[in-house]
Design a binder for this molecule. Structure first.
Ligand code: BG6
Length: 475
């Protein structure tokens, strides 16, 4: 017998999330320069291409660049209180190292914000979401180069000065910890991963962390009412067995990700992280000014994506690596997986929320969660739709666990489902891996009308929002 869930707090920010390169298209319009995504036609599965190729679905994506008003109106129809989107760095600074921003690019996001305002939707803006200007990757080797800090600061300043009076919530880097695993996509690092030294990789991480603190500093100066958060790919690691060595292995893996929150919240490198660097023979170039920036400009809140949990073991014979969000992990024998092999673990979301809250005591924002699945368009009572009960079940079960965490005393600011409208996948660059409440008629070959259709989950989510979660079903 299922029961209902206690209503979520007043002011809870319900909504959906996207990223520029996965929805906008118009890859060469409005003065936009190329980004690293324009040479990643198949996501992270294959090496980068020389230049843009027509098989890259992101060239058109779902054409949000021209259809944003219609799409935001649909989000409003579901009752969204917030909409997370990213700004394409190469629309604002086409090469990344110019002195002045591109006015046409800035004006586009003015129009997007106008639509949000019209519908009373609070924007949640990611400054950098896997779309470093290609020129910065090719000429500077991305974040390995310290110059990127200055270019990013100029970019963040352009955004915060222009939009700071109308955007309250800002995220500095999407899944900042993923640079360790996907250095080109996440850090614009052109050197192939297998040739990248640990020193260069951790130096790139350091540059991003300093840049993130600088964005907070700029926000304090030009938009004091703004709140700045870090964004971490959360993936709790459970020990595969109660063997203490497995428990330690799980803790070590967990800390790979937790370090990014520790530094953003506490403003300094934790001891276990410094030990890891020492053992890898890495000597970071850190200035006194870097240290001071990290310490002074810590984040207002911590946001994260959550899709999967993993297991960890110290036994090399059992270290089979499964598929996961950007990086794998040892599969959990107790869990089922999605069609893409991502293991589904709603309780893991409650685990993460409690762990982060206990550790940092900062408000938490779940800015990505959702199920990538193949959908089929059907006619129901003369209406074209998708009967996506599997997506409803996934989101329901995760939201029930968010409710449990709130009852545990965790401060949760909001929840934005990933890909509230179908978009191009980051890891596989497919459109058939659909997350949305809104179906977009476009397939993996790029064919389709780009028409939008409401799925069954559209009305379901609208009801969840309207009832503040009381319509969710427990157990
Ligand atoms: C996160 C990214 O890793 O997961 C998103 O921030 C991405 O950009 C999402 O789309 C889901 O991953 P995928 O590979 O299914 O698109």
């Amino acid at each position: 017998m299922s029961s209902t869930v206690a209503p979520f707090p007043e002011g809870f920010l319900w909504g959906g999330a996207t990223a520029a390169n996965q929805i906008e298209g118009a890859y060469a319009e409005g003065g936009k320069g190329l980004s690293i995504q324009d040479v990643m036609p198949h996501g992270i599965m294959t090496p980068r291409a020389e230049g843009p190729t027509e098989d890259n679905l992101k060239q058109v994506a779902i054409d949000f660049y021209h259809r944003y008003a219609q799409d935001i109106a649909l989000f409003a129809e579901m009752g969204f209180r917030t909409f997370r989107f990213s700004i394409a760095w190469s629309r604002i600074f086409p090469r990344g190292d110019e002195a002045e921003p591109n006015e046409e690019g800035l004006a586009f996001y003015d129009r997007v914000l106008d639509e949000c305002e019209k519908h009373g939707i609070e924007p949640l803006v990611t400054i950098s979401h896997y779309e470093t200007p290609l020129h910065l990757a090719e000429q500077y080797d991305g974040w390995v180069n310290r110059d990127l800090i200055g270019f990013y600061e100029r970019y963040a300043r352009a955004l915060l000065s222009r939009y700071g009076h109308r955007v309250k919530y800002w995220l500095t880097f999407n899944e900042i910890n993923s640079v360790l695993h996907a250095p080109f996509m996440s850090g614009g690092i052109n050197t192939p991963k297998d040739q990248l030294s640990a020193s260069d990789l951790y130096q790139a991480v350091h540059h991003e962390l300093v840049a993130s603190a600088l964005a907070t500093k700029v926000a304090r100066e030009v938009a004091p009412q703004a709140q700045v958060g870090c964004m971490i790919l959360a993936m709790p690691a459970y020990p595969l067995s109660p063997d203490p060595d497995d428990v330690m292995a799980a803790l070590t893996t967990d800390r790979t990700n937790l370090a990014f929150g520790d530094i953003h919240v506490r403003g300094e490198y934790p001891g276990y992280y410094l030990r890891r660097l020492r053992e890898a023979g890495v000597e970071l170039q850190i200035t006194d000014e870097d240290r001071a920036l990290l310490k002074e400009y810590t984040v207002d809140f911590v946001s994260f994506s959550y899709y999967v949990s993993i297991c960890e073991t110290a036994d090399p014979a059992k270290r089979v690596v499964g598929q996961g969000n950007i990086f794998g992990g040892v599969p959990n024998p107790h869990l089922q997986a999605s069609e893409w092999g991502w293991q589904i673990d709603p309780v893991g979301l409650r685990v993460v929320l409690n762990q982060f809250w206990d550790r940092w005591q900062k408000p938490l924002f779940i800015v990505e969660n959702g199920l990538g699945a193949k959908d089929e368009l059907v006619e129901v009572d003369g209406v074209t739709t998708v009967v996506d009960d599997y997506r409803i079940a996934y989101l329901n079960d995760h939201l029930v666990q968010v409710g449990e965490a709130i009852a545990d005393g965790v401060e949760v600011m909001g929840y934005t489902t990933w890909g509230c409208i179908d978009l191009v996948s980051a890891s596989t660059a497919q459109l058939s891996k659909r997350y949305g409440f809104i179906y977009v008629d476009r397939d993996d070959e790029g064919s389709g009308t780009l028409e939008r259709y409401k799925k069954k989950s559209f009305d379901w989510y609208a009801e969840v929002i309207a009832t503040q979660g009381a319509s969710l079903r427990q157990g």
